[in-house]
Ligand binder design. Structure first.
Ligand SMILES: Nc1ncnc2c1ncn2[C@@H]1O[C@H](COP(=O)(O)OP(=O)(O)O)[C@@H](O)[C@H]1O
Ligand SMILES: [Mg+2]
Length: 369
């Protein structure tokens, strides 16, 4: 018999969680590869926390199996699961010293006092706060307290690190620093990590894999580039990045591109990904950064590029870039984010909008909700 190791360290199989009539998690199948940082991304209420709590043993699944390192753990009590957990509110014990806070997770393990001292010291070094053992949480900043929570989670050398929106209590700048720090630390330790967030930038910047969720369902999973550039549906495209949606109909295709007639009557080319046939109702998804606006009077379309006419309806200056809302002859508005280069446009300017077929992604049009 082969003893090949399953690269999937954590597996959710057919997991359902119901609270009365509310289905918090619906038939979830999910694999977490060993050593990876996987992000659960989705709006509030989509079931992210519930999924983590079931893995942690704080909730029981209504149906399904949870497997860690080859073992079904549904019936394993919390303290035997060896998981490190960090939550939004760091939940340090305010009256205990930092030492006692970090050592807390070791309390119920057979670890000698000397070993505890050594492990706490090491964990504080890892989170780059050496020597704070005797302080109280209130004597540390918010960011430092969050690092203590991190030290407490890793001191037990967990099989899996669970982080539930750990950065949302921090302010913007600090959040960015902590995000990089968690990312580096996770890679250094190589610990399998599930990171929950509703912030797409957090998810895109640190994940090996992103799982986009809505209403207790997994809508798409993949590495950040795939999920961002090849969204499977409207919700995912809308949730990640500034997306424009142009409804249209497939009118033809060749090996490279699909031809789509949009509401204005213009026929645009979209790079072939997936299988489409003539007459399909589709949406053409284009990121706001991918459109280029050109002054109409001077404009010569570039060979192989899509172009169509519009008029500047609104603009806002955002420092490094300008955000335009451009009205098409059909009345639909598109959002264009332009890096400040040579010129800017004003209200009422007639423009030609250009976009490469490569940056046009097709998804099926869903019935109106
Ligand atoms: N203890 C509970 N009792 C009843 N409903 C709950 C409970 N916990 C979560 N829910 C419901 O389950 C759904 C998913 O919640 P949650 O997992 O907290 O979502 P998220 O973490 O993605 O914001 C929500 O509709 C929420 O109201
Ligand atoms: Mg939550």
């Amino acid at each position: 018999m082969g003893t090949e190791k399953d690269p999937q360290f954590v597996k959710f199989r057919g997991i359902v969680k119901k609270y009365g009539d509310v289905t918090a998690v619906a038939k979830m199948d999910l694999d977490i590869p060993e050593g990876a940082l996987v992000t659960l991304l989705g709006p509030s209420g989509c079931g992210k926390t519930t999924l983590l709590r079931m893995l942690a043993g704080l909730e029981e699944p209504t149906e399904g199996d949870i497997i860690v390192n080859g073992n079904r753990i549904n019936d394993t009590p919390i303290h035997k699961r060896n998981l490190g957990m960090i939550f939004q509110n760091y939940a340090l014990f305010p009256h205990k010293s930092i030492f006692d806070n970090v050592a807390f997770g070791l309390k119920y393990r057979s670890v000698s006092r000397d070993q505890i001292r050594e492990k706490v010291k090491h964990a504080l070094e890892v989170v780059r706060l050496p020597g704070v053992e005797n302080r109280k949480p209130a004597q540390l900043s918010g960011g430092q307290q969050q690092r203590i929570a991190l030290a407490r989670a890793i001191v037990i050398e967990p099989d899996v690190l669970l982080m539930d929106e750990p950065l949302s209590a921090l302010d913007e700048n600090l959040r960015e620093d902590m995000r990089r720090e968690i990312d580096n630390l996770q890679r250094m330790l190589g610990v399998t990590t599930i990171f929950v967030t509703h912030d797409q930038r957090e998810a895109l910047s640190m994940s090996d894999k992103i799982v986009v969720m809505r209403d207790g369902l997994k809508l798409q999973e993949g590495d950040p580039e795939t999920v961002y550039n090849k969204p499977a549906n409207h919700f995912v495209a809308d949730f990640l990045g500034h997306s424009n949606f142009l409804p249209g109909e497939v009118v033809g295709q060749d090996d490279e591109n699909v031809r789509v007639r949009i509401e204005t009557g213009d026929v645009l080319l979209a790079r072939h990904r997936g299988s489409w046939k003539q007459g399909d109702a589709v949406e053409l998804v284009v990121r706001a950064q991918r459109f280029e606006a050109h002054r109409q009077s001077h404009f010569q379309p570039t060979e192989g590029m899509n172009s169509f006419a519009g008029r500047i309806k609104d603009k806002s200056y955002m420092g490094g870039e300008v955000s335009y809302f451009i009205e098409l002859p059909s009345g639909r508005e598109i959002h264009v984010i332009s890096m400040m280069r040579t010129r800017t446009y004003d209200y009422g300017d007639e423009v030609s909008v250009q976009v490469a077929p490569y940056h046009c992604h097709l998804i099926g049009r869903e019935p109106e909700e």
